[in-house]
Design a protein around this ligand. Structure first.
Ligand SMILES: [Zn+2]
Length: 88
């Protein structure tokens, strides 16, 4: 195999790997606004041994001020998000 062919293969492999990592990105739910967004962008806060996720510092601050108010509204499968709910 030529060096050129090897380079093409590496590019092909790395680009498919990139696409896979994008589509396999874990989604989490903002505990305050209840919309879904990638876990990699999430801020977290541990409360009573559970990790809660937030889309921004404003949400995190709101949650810390009154955690029970937001926890009572969360769905049973929190923090899971289905693709249909994706709205970031
Ligand atoms: Zn937010």
């Amino acid at each position: 195999m030529t060096r050129f062919g090897l380079a093409i293969l590496i590019i092909l492999f790395s680009s498919t790997g990139y696409i896979q990592s994008l589509s396999a990105e874990e989604l989490v739910r903002c505990a305050v606004k209840s919309h879904c967004f990638p876990e990699t962008k999430a801020l977290t806060y541990d409360y009573k041994d559970i990790t809660y996720y937030f889309c921004c510092n404003v949400c995190k601050k709101k949650f810390k001020e009154n955690p029970e108010k937001y926890i009572s509204k969360l769905p049973d499968d929190y923090p899971n998000c289905s693709e249909q709910n994706y709205s970031y």
